[in-house]
Design a protein around this ligand. Structure first.
Ligand SMILES: [Zn+2]
Length: 104
């Protein structure tokens, strides 16, 4: 098992994935997956493979942030943005083990 952590990056950075060596997604600043014991980023694919709930949570945070930014400039965000947010939320909910869901 690979221990991972979510860390906030203050700026957009491009790093190699610490597990597969491919480029970890160079998203804008915000939450990203890292190896828990090192300052090494993890790509979305490896995150989904080794820590699916954390990867889904990072994705949910990224989509929510995007929709929030859109919402600052419009009364209602576009339907596609809201659907992306709903899909990210559903993916997160289904990625959390049943025991954790009952406890929360
Ligand atoms: Zn990887």
């Amino acid at each position: 098992m690979v221990a991972m952590a979510i860390k906030l990056t203050p700026r957009s950075v491009t790093e190699k994935c610490g597990l597969c060596g491919r480029e970890a997604a160079a998203s804008a600043d915000g939450p990203r997956l890292y190896l828990a014991d090192r300052e090494t980023a993890v790509c979305q694919g490896c995150g989904q493979k080794h820590a699916p709930s954390l990867a889904a949570l990072v994705r949910l945070a990224q989509v929510a942030r995007h929709v929030g930014r859109i919402g600052r400039h419009t009364v209602v965000p576009p339907m596609e943005a809201l659907l992306a947010l709903a899909q990210a939320a559903e993916t997160y909910c289904t990625s959390v083990p049943a025991v954790a869901r009952r406890a929360g």
